[in-house]
Design a protein around this ligand. Sequence first.
Ligand code: NCD
Length: 361
Amino acid sequence: MDLSFDAFRASLADPERRRALLFRDRRPYFVLLADQFDRADLEQLCDTATAIRRLDRHRDGTGFLRGLLSGKRVMNLFAQPSTRTCESFVAAAEKLGATARVVSDLSTSSFAKGESVEDAVRTLSSFYDTLVTRHPDDDFAARASWALARSRRPVPVISAGSGKSEHPTQALLDVYTLRYSFEARGGIAGKRVLLVGDIGRNRAARSLAVLLLRFGIRELVVACPEQFRPEAAFLEPFARGGVPVTFHPTLGAAIEAAGPGLDALYMTRLQQEWDPGAEKKLGTSDDFVLHPRFRDLLRPDCVLMHPLPRVNELPEAWEDHPGFVVWRQVRNGMWMRAALLATMHDADGEIRARASRLGLI
Ligand code: NCD
């Protein structure tokens, strides 16, 4: 591949060329964007996640799963804080028999000596079979993928959070959770979903919104501070797809307007790590807290989600709400990441076949 990095990045905006760059043999190879998955990819990943989840509980399933990626090595390169995402990738790799390592203190790596991203990932690719990266720079995972695509020994790359823009694996586990929640209610299509927080710079909510559009939701409702509205380019595909996006300046206003019509509510923390200034009181203002007094305005089957970590925006009082699925999201993260690793390494067909033979799916 003799594209410059700028040309590679520009090509990712074009759906046709994106697929050619990010997939190999019809399997995801570089996972950078929620939008790289089409509906069929998403359905299949969800089915694989369910197969893995059920096999893991089955007498004959655990050993089978552990044999699938045995001998493979996964490197988690995390340049931003993470417990959940990082550990869920480790757990996912181990469920399939791969080994996983974590490098999170980049000051002990050669980056601190001024090594380029290109050299660092090419070095890592000599020892590992998959790289999982989290980085404050929106382009880090893309640059790593570009460098590897041009090398003689490419290995797959998965973004586990790219700056303020993308968190594709979080979006995958979130749609998996929603699909399960809406199983008896006709699936995700036609649902009204409320996103809460500074959506303009919340990568989890942004990537989820992209996938909700794929599943044909009826309306995206957004409660966010005026200064953190997503940019026009982000909203454009919704206009093109005929999915209305309705903004409200506070969560209270959104619930008053849409309350009983909401099928799911996705809470997020304010992303204050991006704000300048050292002295910050963590947590959101009252305007974006899901107050227990809103309970009567939401249906009991409204699904309540949060990518975590939470600060003050989703009080514990909601944990006994029938739609509260936050801990299920965490667990699903492991199943979905295992499904993604299996799919990337050509083990997903075998997983679904075995699960089906055992009558599990
Ligand atoms: C999110 C992230 O890091 O983007 N957390 C996660 O991966 N579950 C959300 C956040 O930090 O607010």
